[in-house]
Design a protein around this ligand. Structure first.
Ligand SMILES: Nc1nc2c(ncn2[C@@H]2O[C@H](COP(=O)(O)OP(=O)(O)OP(=O)(O)O)[C@@H](O)[C@H]2O)c(=O)[nH]1
Ligand SMILES: [Mg+2]
Length: 329
């Protein structure tokens, strides 16, 4: 095994945050020359994580920009550490690709958590991946677990499909909204319906407190109509103080304890492994196509023909694929 991977894996075994930062950087690399090391690192992470023998819980916190996700995670994270866990936060920021990351923004919102001994916070680029969840996020989760973090939080901006994507990566999905956010009911239509486990109606403080409570109640009844007995609980929260998030923290604790005990988390992770596998096959095929220059130029030629209207998109794709696999057509 490559020396650099060995050093990172040793650091992860010793639960060093600096090793975790380096591991994630390597896992995020899409450079061809890093591919073998990435794979070795990933395998190493999986086996170290397993050797810890503790069960981790992966939580997605999703919602529109500015509803207070980071501030809420700061509070939840502190309470979680208080309860004896180690917390890693991966903030998936769709804007970070253009701006070079919003680590400052995120760290300001998570000021106390970012200096806590048992916390690790990391923004990750979305690399244009549909749905706002980074392609490498699921790999980074494994690295966090290898480094001994047993509570993993993924912050993602709720853009349409992202709740659906997030539910493929995590055990529990928390949707954050605020009173008066017109998106709330629309969000339900867009797939939150199937995958959200808990709803926080945030900024339930000051003049907004009563309105937030009403909103939580209304949203709760709307969701019950749609999802019946499995509908998520809607809880008003204020992320400005610890007491403001206590009811949510307790509900989250109860939910995860129940799912760990029933084996629901384990079963869901088995399904997610399959999704991961299928995604990986697609990603590798696409990468191969880009890297093999003969095929790539063929690919681009067909693209040009599609652009000129000489061939339909589906016909072009079918032609390319059947040629790649050597079918006689
Ligand atoms: N009054 C009040 N303000 C809050 C609360 N939570 C967050 N805020 C404020 O809302 C603003 C946005 O908070 P963030 O935590 O950055 O929101 P976010 O959802 O993480 O935002 P993005 O990461 O940009 O999508 C900040 O000015 C916070 O101080 C809350 O419970 N009550
Ligand atoms: Mg944020």
């Amino acid at each position: 095994m490559n020396k650099r991977v060995e050093i990172i894996l040793n650091g992860l075994r010793n639960r060093e945050r600096s090793a975790l930062a380096r591991a994630i950087t390597l896992l995020e690399s899409r450079r061809v020359q890093d591919r073998e090391d990435r794979l070795a690192l990933l395998e190493g992470c999986a086996s170290i994580a397993q050797s810890h023998g503790t069960s981790s819980v992966r939580l997605a916190v999703t919602g529109a920009p500015g509803v207070g996700k980071s501030t809420l995670i700061n509070q939840l994270g502190l309470a979680t550490i208080e309860a004896g866990h180690r917390v890693a936060v991966l903030a998936v920021d769709p804007s970070s690709e253009a701006t070079g990351g919003s680590i400052l923004g995120d760290k300001t919102r998570m000021a106390e958590l970012s200096v806590a001994e048992d916390a690790f916070i990391r923004p990750s680029p979305t690399s244009g991946y549909l749905g706002g969840v980074a392609a490498s996020t699921r790999e980074s989760i494994l690295a966090c677990e290898a480094a001994g973090f047993d509570r993993i939080v993924i912050e993602t901006v709720g853009v349409g499909q992202s709740e659906y994507q997030a539910s493929h990566l995590v055990d529990v999905v928390l949707f954050v909204t605020i009173a008066g956010a017109g998106d709330a009911l629309q969000g339900i239509k867009r797939g939150i319906l199937e995958s959200v486990d808990l709803v926080a109606v945030n900024k339930a403080d000051g003049d907004e407190q009563a309105r937030a409570k009403d909103h939580a109640r209304e949203l709760g009844s709307a969701l019950r109509l749609l999802r019946g007995s499995s509908s998520p609980t809607c809880i008003p929260t204020s992320s400005l103080s610890t007491p403001g998030i206590t009811p949510l923290f307790e509900a989250l604790g109860a939910l995860t304890a129940e799912r760990l005990a029933s084996g629901a988390i384990e079963a869901q992770r088995e399904d997610q492994q399959l999704i991961w596998y299928r995604d990986a096959v697609r990603a590798l095929l696409e990468q191969e196509l880009q890297e093999r220059s003969t095929w790539n130029s063929h690919y681009e030629h067909l693209a040009e023909d599609v652009r000129l209207g000489n061939i339909s998109p589906y016909h072009a794709a079918a032609t390319l694929v059947s040629q790649m696999f050597g079918d006689r057509t």
